[in-house]
Design a protein around this ligand. Structure first.
Ligand SMILES: [Zn+2]
Length: 369
């Protein structure tokens, strides 16, 4: 994982969209797979209560007649859902920790020693500096790279609030909002609740967190990048329009990524053109049902260009309506099917860039620089 530009409301293996009821060849036990797979079956070594896996055991999901499972979960289950301590593996995720009602709670926390947040045995004074500008309350570490460049970062945040509000044509928000900069993943875990490297926006607590540090960075005259426009766009859009339904997560991340519109010097349109050429685009069904399960360097930039296309061609009012109503209202809002727009969009990008964009994907896929 390289992006870590989350909004804190997903943390779930989605059971709402696109799922399959799997049967077990040896019993009448059933398991609801959180994505669509009509050729899948499963085995479960534990007990079944009311035809659903319960208690402790190993659950394995197989595709057709393959011998290796495509997904395993070893741990506690209740009423057919992951519940309790468990270890989950699939093609993209390796989760170990606590599950609650099918949702994974301890994302990557297991990788960090949570018993040593405090280095002294007694009381320790924490050194931070704060500054409030109107409704925005900034917090920075009291020393180090972020501290030395704090005024520049504060200005970037204020500029982003302004630019993003203009982009989606909403008034600049006046609600009290905290922007906290920390200098380690450990502090991201401590304050933001996830050990992510880039940034996190939490609309419920009206907080935005950034990790900014020069550790491992070669000397540079430029300001070290942080996903400021991206995270601030989450805040701006969700303040104005509210939390989008889950099948619009792709719209939320797409808008935030489009707001930044820069990955190692490439625009989202250029990156989309590259994906189109290389047949790397993800089907919209997958983006709307399991956004965070997809390869993020593709999904974020693909959605960003779709959002750019929708806003530039059909305006912000329709976009706002779609944001609020959910993806299933696409056709009634836009007057044509999503599949039609996809055809037009691909045609339009081919006209803009008749010659494919040459991108060094091997380098870019490790993250934007
Ligand atoms: Zn994001």
């Amino acid at each position: 994982m390289k992006y870590y530009l989350f909004v804190l409301y997903f943390l779930s293996i989605q059971f709402c969209f696109g799922q399959s009821e799997l049967s077990n060849p040896e019993s009448d036990c059933k398991f609801i797979l959180p994505w669509v797979c009509n050729e899948c079956s499963f085995t479960w070594t534990g007990e079944c209560l009311d035809n659903l896996p319960s208690g402790e055991g190993l659950l394995s999901v197989f595709h057709e007649n393959q011998e290796e499972p495509i997904m395993t979960y070893e741990g506690e289950m209740e009423k057919g859902r992951f519940n309790g301590q468990g270890v989950y593996h699939d093609g993209m995720n390796n989760w170990e920790g606590t599950f609650e009602n099918g949702n994974f709670i301890d994302t990557r926390i297991a990788m960090i020693d949570t018993t040593t947040f405090n280095e002294m045995e007694g009381w320790e004074q924490e050194s931070i500096v704060t500054k409030q500008i109107d409704n925005i309350y900034f917090t920075f570490p009291a020393e180090g790279y972020a501290y030395n460049h704090r005024d520049a970062y504060v200005q970037k945040c204020l500029n982003a609030i302004d630019a993003n509000s203009k982009l989606i044509k909403v008034p600049v928000f006046k609600q009290f909002t905290k922007i906290k900069v920390v200098d380690s993943k450990k502090d991201m875990l401590l304050y933001a609740g996830m050990p992510a490297g880039g940034g996190i926006a939490n609309i419920w607590t009206r907080s935005v967190f950034f990790m900014i540090s020069d550790e491992g960075v070669e000397e540079t005259t430029e300001l070290i990048k942080a996903p400021i426009k991206h995270e601030i766009m989450h805040m701006v859009a969700m303040t104005a329009w509210g939390m989008p339904p889950q099948n619009n997560t792709w719209l939320n991340e797409g808008l935030a990524t489009y707001a930044a519109n820069n990955c190692s010097g490439y625009t989202v349109a250029e990156i989309y053109r590259y994906f189109l050429e290389k047949n790397m685009l993800i089907p919209i069904e997958a983006l709307t049902s399991n956004f965070y399960q997809e390869e993020e360097m593709v999904s974020y930039h693909q959605c960003a260009f779709i959002v750019e296309y929708m806003i530039s061609n059909f305006g912000i009012e329709k976009f706002e309506e779609l944001w609020k109503s959910g993806f299933s209202s696409f056709e009634s809002i836009y007057g044509f099917a999503y599949s039609q727009m996809e055809i037009d969009l691909n045609k339009s990008i081919m006209e803009t860039y008749p010659i494919p964009i040459d991108i060094d994907w091997e380098t870019l896929k490790d993250g934007c620089k």
